[in-house]
Write a protein that binds this ligand. Structure first.
Ligand code: NAD
Length: 454
């Protein structure tokens, strides 16, 4: 059944259905229609899955996807047109260009934390590049998966764009098929499964993974702004954000004050009882809830610490007195728990970050530019925001992706289309000139001229 579906998509691709720009534009416009006409249904599904309020459902899933897709429509011709490049002397007279062509049939596998945008934005890039696409939403965000499974066939061309719902068995079956690119977002353990399966068919992969994204707060930082931006980024979607600050390394002289300010900001954002806030999300499942509650013993809760399994609620929590060897510092937290560790110097913070796998994101708060420059130049991460959080991933000009353990490849903006097209180098030579210089037999004089030319 899954094999048939992939075969049908390949037949459609081979017939050339997906290549015309008009077809691509129509599908992208239909995606936007699907999102706008069903905004309420998406908000309800995200409420069911993640307890998310309608504003953040729109901001971080529906609206985010619309913005990216609109940009693709606007730039469709430009991003998919041949790109002229210089021609080397040896090939002159002639002209050179890089000609974008679709790869074929693409598989997009998405996780549950932003289940709309993480499925639709890469898929839209694949469509804009002229591919057939199979979309695999996460079974963990079941309501959103069901909605996407119902709406996508209603709006898009089912001969080339198909949704496969399901969990490990379905994904395993999908991964047994041959694709021309696999775009996977999720954890590194499954990332390895995906890459091993892809290797069987020599299929290239993009892996958008996670990791423990550090936030360094220098003694020169504007603490009020830092506290607000950290609080927002850590507790939005109840901490289930791949680029959330995982932990804070704060200069010892400002650590207590930072914690106080985060505490005040949490009350400002979510009130004295965050469980009653309409803007505070829930943990996705009881399994993730149990995992997170297990981490609460890794330190002292200076903020929050309350939890209730019945509605998968964990209050925005800041842990202090955390040892770097404790459980909360071993794996990506991916929940509303923020360890704050005091360091004596920025060098110590840099050494700490460098001794661990490359994170997806890194944040540094410092008014002293030499400090932020030192952090940026001596650490490696997928991306960086200085004096802020998360927003480096929102613009079209900063491709978003990881490095090392946090992934490979990047997307958003033009990068999100390029990842799904082969920029085929095409050199066209003139036949008007064909000097014997380049051909044997070689003489001493000929060879010395060739050496100068190449
Ligand atoms: P998940 O459990 O929904 O899994 C992701 C996808 O993999 C799902 O579609 C699921 O069906 C599939 N899957 C799960 N097990 C599989 C298996 N054994 N074989 C084949 N497929 C399988 O999501 P998750 O992995 O818990 O997502 C959270 C992780 O994703 C975090 O590490 C987070 O940092 C990362 N993430 C990264 C980004 C990014 O853009 N870089 C974005 C969001 C999340």
């Amino acid at each position: 059944m899954i094999a048939d579906l992939v075969r049908q998509c390949r037949e459609t691709f081979d017939r050339g259905t997906t290549r015309p720009l008009e077809w691509r534009r129509l599908q992208l416009e239909a995606l936007i229609r699907m999102l706008t006409e069903n905004e309420k249904e998406f908000a309800e599904a995200l409420k069911t899955d993640l307890g998310r309020g309608p504003e953040e459902a729109w901001l971080y899933d529906v609206g985010f996807s619309i913005t990216e897709i609109e940009m693709m429509i606007k730039n469709l011709r430009k991003w998919t047109s041949p790109r002229k490049v210089p021609t080397p002397v040896v090939a002159m007279p002639g002209s050179s260009k890089r000609v974008p062509e679709p790869l074929g049939v693409v598989l997009v596998i998405a996780p549950w934390n932003y289940p709309v945008q993480l499925l639709l934005v890469p898929s839209a890039g694949a469509i804009a590049a002229g591919n057939a696409v199979i979309l695999k939403p996460s079974e963990v965000s079941a309501a959103t998966s069901a909605l996407l499974g119902r709406l996508i066939p209603k709006y898009l061309d089912s001969s080339a764009i198909r949704v496969v719902e399901g969990g490990v068995p379905e994904t395993t079956e999908l991964l047994n098929q041959r694709f021309d690119h696999i775009f996977y977002t999720g954890n590194g353990t499954v990332g390895r499964v995906v890459m091993r399966a892809a290797a069987e068919h020599l299929t290239p992969v993009t892996l958008e993974l996670g990791g423990k994204s550090p936030t360094i707060v220098d003694k020169s930082a504007d603490l009020d702004v830092a506290a607000r931006r950290i609080t927002w980024a850590k507790f939005v979607n109840s901490g289930q954000t791949c680029v959330a600050p995982d932990y804070v390394l704060a200069h010892r002289s400002v650590a207590d004050s930072l914690v106080d300010k985060i505490s005040a900001t949490v009350s400002e954002f979510y009130g004295s009882d965050p469980s009653a806030s309409k803007d505070y999300s829930r943990v996705i499942s009881a399994r993730h809830f149990d995992r997170l509650v297990g981490m609460l013993n890794s330190g002292t809760a200076a903020v929050g610490g309350q939890h209730s399994r019945d509605d998968r609620f964990i209050s925005p929590t800041v842990l202090v007195n955390v040892s770097p060897d404790s459980p909360v510092m071993q794996e990506e937290i991916f929940g509303p728990i923020l360890p704050v560790i005091a360091v004596d110097s920025i060098d110590e913070a840099i050494r700490f970050v460098r001794s661990r796998p490359h994170p997806l994101a890194l944040y540094v708060f410092a008014e002293d530019q030499s400090v932020s420059d030192a952090v940026v130049s001596s650490t490696t991460s997928g991306g960086v925001t200085v004096n802020g959080t998360i927003l480096h991933m929102t613009g079209p000009h900063l491709p978003f992706g990881g490095v090392g353990e946090s992934g490979m490849g990047a997307y958003h903006g033009q990068a999100g289309v390029d990842v799904f097209q082969h920029l085929k180098p095409v050199l066209k030579r003139s036949t008007k000139l064909d000097p014997p210089l380049a051909y044997p037999p070689y003489t001493k004089r000929k060879f010395s001229i060739i050496k100068k030319l190449v």
